[in-house]
Design a protein around this ligand. Structure first.
Ligand SMILES: O=C(CO)COP(=O)(O)O
Length: 139
């Protein structure tokens, strides 16, 4: 059973991946499912639905990225509702909503939100003291 102390340490995590990176993100989520299941997850539409299907984790789905989902997550950051973001963007393809992607990354930097953009930085973030020392000791 979770203690009150631990509940306060739950983070709001945004999960996003472009199409060519979705499998990589899903695999990373599966590897870290135990840890992620203790936090609040949200994501852009297609990414969120795929995570739910593949891992059964609860994920709040915003709109799909090209339909405004990136902007919704940016607004949630501005509202202080996101603690950090895992965004596996595709460095080899341009997106129809590239301006939205740039705006989201800009807002994350502006509001000092930790952002992981590939597997190694996502690993680093999840294992950092940012996730709380108590939590790490429990693992
Ligand atoms: O396009 C995205 C991020 O820029 C992701 O959107 P989806 O999760 O809806 O595919």
């Amino acid at each position: 059973m979770r203690k009150l102390n631990d509940i306060k340490k739950q983070k709001h995590i945004a999960l996003i991946a472009h199409d060519n990176k979705k499998v990589q993100l899903i695999n990373w989520i599966k590897e870290n499912k135990d840890c992620l299941s203790t936090h609040f997850l949200c994501g852009t539409g297609t990414t969120a639905r795929m995570i739910i299907e593949e891992t059964s984790l609860p994920v709040r789905a915003f709109e799909s990225g090209p339909y405004g989902g990136d902007q919704q997550i940016g607004a949630a950051i501005v509202d202080g509702k996101i603690d950090f973001m895992i965004f596996f963007w595709d460095p080899l393809s341009s997106q129809p909503h590239d301006p939205d992607v740039k705006a989201l990354l800009r807002i994350a930097v502006l509001y000092d939100i930790p952002v992981a953009m590939n597997v190694s930085s996502a690993d680093f973030l999840l294992k950092s003291s940012y996730m709380t020392e108590d939590y790490m000791r429990e693992k």
